[in-house]
Ligand binder design. Sequence first.
Ligand SMILES: [Zn+2]
Length: 59
Amino acid sequence: MRCADVRIAVSARVDGEAGPPAVADAAVDAHLRECGECRRWGERARELRRLAAALDEEG
Ligand SMILES: [Zn+2]
């Protein structure tokens, strides 16, 4: 699985959306266990999502 595909799926997950049907959840999890860069990318995505939600609430 390519990092780019994993990141699309992780991004959808962070947004609470279903990932691309071609990308299996288990494969994404397996990739995240092995790929530190994608793990960090996912953490950043979650953090940005959290900050955006906080701004919305202050709105
Ligand atoms: Zn990766």
